[in-house]
Structures are given as C-alpha cells and as structure tokens.
Design a protein around this ligand. Structure first.
Ligand code: GLP
Length: 266
C-alpha cells in the first residue's frame, strides 16, 4: 500500500485553503455515503469550512438530507439560544443554512439538571444512529479535542468536564467579560471520538504549530489528548503552512501526498 502514514497530513497554503480542502473532504464522504453520521466542531477554525459547505449545498453539489450530526461539546449553563452556545453556533454557521433535517441533528443539553443521564442518552443516540462516521475536529492550544482537556482519560465517553485555565483564557475572546466564560462543559469523550470510522482534524496559524507537532509526531499522552489520534486507523489532518512549521517530517508528508496524487492520476 502506498499510503502508510499513521496520520495523513495534507499541507495547504493558508486558512482559506484549509477551509476549501476540508469542505471538499466532507463533500466527498457525503457523496460516497449520504447517510453519513458527522461529529461537528465549533471554534474559529471550522467557520470557513462551514461557509464552503453551505456554498456546495447552494450550488447543488451536495445534500445533507440523509445525514446525521452530533455536536462534539457544549458549555454547561448556556441555553441553546445563547449566542455563545455551541448549539447556536452550529445552527447559525451550518445546520440552518443547508437541508439538514432538524430531527437528525443531536445536541448536548448544557442546561440539564442531570448531566450524567444526558451524557448516557447521547452515547446511546450515537450508537442507535449506527455510530459516528466522520468526526471533524479543531485543536485547542493545549492539545484538547472537543473539550477533552489535558489529563482526560484516553478511553473517556461523553461526560462533564472542568475546563482548563488555558481554554477559558482562549475562549474569553467570545464573551463580553472574562468571568462570563463557562467553567464546565459536556463533551464527547476521547473514546467516543476514537470510535468514529474517520477523523478529520483542522488547524491553521502559527499559534497552532506546536500543538500540531505534538499531536502528529509527539509522544502519545493524555496530556495532549489529540495525540491519541495516532492510534486511529483513518485520520486526516489538514493544515496550513504556518501551522506546519514545527513538523519534523513535513517533507515526507508532502512527498507521500504527491506520490498519491500521481498514482490516482494514472
Ligand atoms: C474550543 C472547542 C474545541 C476547539 C477549540 C479550538 O475549546 N471546544 O472543539 O477545537 O476551541 O478553537 P479554535 O479553532 O478557535 O482555535
């Protein structure tokens, strides 16, 4: 087999290209399997990808009519109509702008009075939907995927998580006052994400360079929860030049992609 990277790394020029390439990736998978079960991320990184997916929908290239979605994580204490809730984000940037059936979109209830029960029900819904087919991820500067902060169990399932001070600081830019940032979240576990058939991770910009190298090439450790993706059989990482600056084997990844393209074009 030509392709044998533990993690497939696709290097593109800049943030716009990350968005276009990621949308193309998702579109290809939706075309192969219209009933794809998606795990959907928030944060600033996937915003461009969602815009591109909406364009692909509007041009009639793809449809989400048969697809399902599960949000990756949600703040505790924010109602679904709070502009900073992740449910609001996903509807606003993506779900409400395409033909996604409302009944196929699953959200975590950050207002639940019984969070463990909510989490169990969520895991059951994922199983009932046939399991996650493609989880799309951003990456926190401390290496967290969804809200699986450093030190999370690498086999964890959906649960309540106390946020790390780095994450609270990073996310403060979305709130009027730093003290408004929720301190807790409900999140799919690392084990939940690892059960997905495919994973797509996106990163852009110099401030993600260190964590990208930790995730792709660093030792596998619960201190960088994204590094467990090295154990996943089908992970693709799409990054721009700035996010790639600390990768030791960048030439190799680029060469593999070129060889793969040549093979596909013969
Ligand atoms: C939050 C989200 C993560 C996301 C991270 C990075 O903590 N829970 O899912 O990956 O932010 O966000 P950004 O893309 O804005 O750097």
């Amino acid at each position: 087999m030509l392709y044998y990277c533990a993690v497939r790394v696709i290097l593109v020029r800049d943030y716009d290209q990350v968005s276009v390439r990621a949308a193309q990736f998702v579109a290809d998978e939706i075309k192969k399997n219209p009933s794809l079960v998606l795990g959907l991320p928030t944060g600033s990184t996937p915003v461009g990808m969602y815009k591109e997916l909406v364009k692909l929908f509007q041009s009639g290239t793809i449809s989400f009519k048969k697809a399902s979605a599960f949000q990756l994580d949600e703040y505790v204490g924010l109602a679904p109509d709070h502009p900073q809730s992740y449910q609001f984000f996903l509807k606003d940037h993506f779900l409400d702008n395409v033909d996604f059936p409302a009944s196929n979109a699953h959200f975590l209830d950050g207002m639940s009075q019984d969070i463990p029960k909510t989490c169990d029900i969520y895991e059951t819904s994922i199983r009932k939907s046939g399991g996650l087919g493609l989880v799309i991820l951003g990456i926190g500067r401390d290496g967290h995927i969804a809200f699986n902060e450093p030190g999370s169990s690498l086999s964890s399932r959906t649960r309540l998580k106390t946020l790390d001070h780095t994450t609270i600081r990073d996310n403060a830019r979305f709130f009027d006052q730093p003290e408004d940032v929720p301190k807790f979240a409900v999140t799919m576990g690392v084990g939940t994400i690892m059960d997905s058939k495919m994973v797509l991770l996106l990163a852009s910009g110099r401030n993600k360079a260190q964590v990208v190298s930790d995730v792709v090439e660093g030792p596998m450790t619960a201190m960088v929860t994204g590094s467990i993706l090295q154990m996943h059989p089908k992970v693709t990482v799409i990054i721009d030049g700035e996010a790639a600056t600390r990768l030791r084997r960048l030439d190799y990844y680029t060469k593999v992609e070129e060889m793969w393209d040549e093979k596909l074009s013969v």
